[in-house]
Design a protein around this ligand. Structure first.
Ligand SMILES: Nc1ncnc2c1ncn2[C@@H]1O[C@H](COP(=O)(O)OP(=O)(O)OP(=O)(O)O)[C@@H](O)[C@H]1O
Ligand SMILES: [Mg+2]
Length: 275
């Protein structure tokens, strides 16, 4: 490895964790946490060991979405993560349950994120999914500057405001030279009586992906059962009966695996064979 460019912090890997994938967005409320939770479960269904870190310290939704209310304990200085639906979990919501807001500022937030990354006993994981807070602020930037990501996934709805902000998110990852594995368009349409209603406009995710030269990984429609699953702690991806939304998340998981493996291949140093 060459010398660190000036002003850049070293990116330290997390021992035992093979792939780290950040789920981000420009805008809030576009479905990052929903995608993160269902992607994590779908990866676990493929047989991978999966962790999910909720980096949304102010608005942690992972405990509710995964149906976990316990408090993690520490062994020595190490925090023991919780487990639900086969996924290893850490969230600020476990440490600050209820609806009291946190009033921390930048440096403290960043130190919590570093603790979540470094002081939690994640164990051996094939994938650690990080559910980021919305936007391109300091917490997101510090996290991606200090963590060697396999790649990032940017979630957007097809509406112009969401897409405009999604482009900013893509740029943020590219600025710190983290690969964007692709865009997930969420809330793409609503199916009613066999007809697709494009509530937030049509094809925006695909156009943005083309513009930003990144793949469009999925188009996920609005689906009441997906919302119910998140609110009840039983994410839709846990449903075992045939279900089109479950299939979409499974397909997304397989695409992420493919892209993650391709991205690692690229990062591997080339070995030259002497003749
Ligand atoms: N495809 C979908 N179909 C139906 N409801 C959805 C879908 N995706 C997300 N939702 C619902 O929309 C709301 C917002 O989703 P979510 O919390 O995942 O967004 P977010 O981007 O993580 O938000 P924040 O920016 O606040 O972290 C939730 O109630 C969730 O259940
Ligand atoms: Mg969220």
């Amino acid at each position: 490895m060459g010398p660190q460019p000036p002003g850049e912090q070293p990116k330290l890997p997390i021992p035992g964790v093979q792939n780290i994938i950040a789920i981000g967005s420009g805008k809030g409320g576009v479905g990052k946490s929903t995608v993160a939770v269902n992607l994590a479960i779908s990866l676990a269904k493929l047989g991978y060991a999966v962790g999910l870190m909720d980096a949304d310290v102010y608005g942690p939704n992972v405990p509710l979405m995964m149906g976990v209310r316990d408090t993690p304990h520490a062994v020595g200085q190490r925090i023991q993560p919780l487990k639900a639906h086969g996924i290893t979990l850490m969230s600020m919501g476990f440490l600050n349950p209820g609806d009291k807001p946190l009033v921390w500022r930048g440096p403290m937030l960043n130190s919590v994120i570093q603790q979540f990354l470094r002081n939690v006993d994640w164990g051996n994981l094939d994938y650690l999914i990080i559910d980021l807070p919305p936007g391109t602020g300091d917490v997101q930037l510090t996290l991606i500057q200090t963590t060697p990501l396999t790649g990032a996934v940017v979630v957007t709805t097809p509406s112009d405001v969401s897409l405009e902000d999604a482009r900013k998110a893509v740029h943020m990852f590219e600025q710190v030279r983290e690969q964007v594995l692709g865009i997930v368009e969420n809330m793409s349409y609503l199916e009613h009586n066999g007809e697709k209603i494009y509530v937030f406009g049509q094809g925006g995710g695909a156009r943005t992906a083309e513009l930003m030269k990144v793949p469009l990984l999925a188009e996920i429609p609005l689906d009441p059962k997906t919302r119910e699953g998140g609110d009840s702690g039983q994410p839709i991806a846990t449903v075992t009966e045939p279900n089109a939304q479950v299939t979409r998340f499974e397909k997304l998981a397989r695409m992420i695996v493919e892209r993650a493996e391709a991205s690692k291949q690229k990062q591997r140093p080339t070995i030259t064979v002497a003749d």
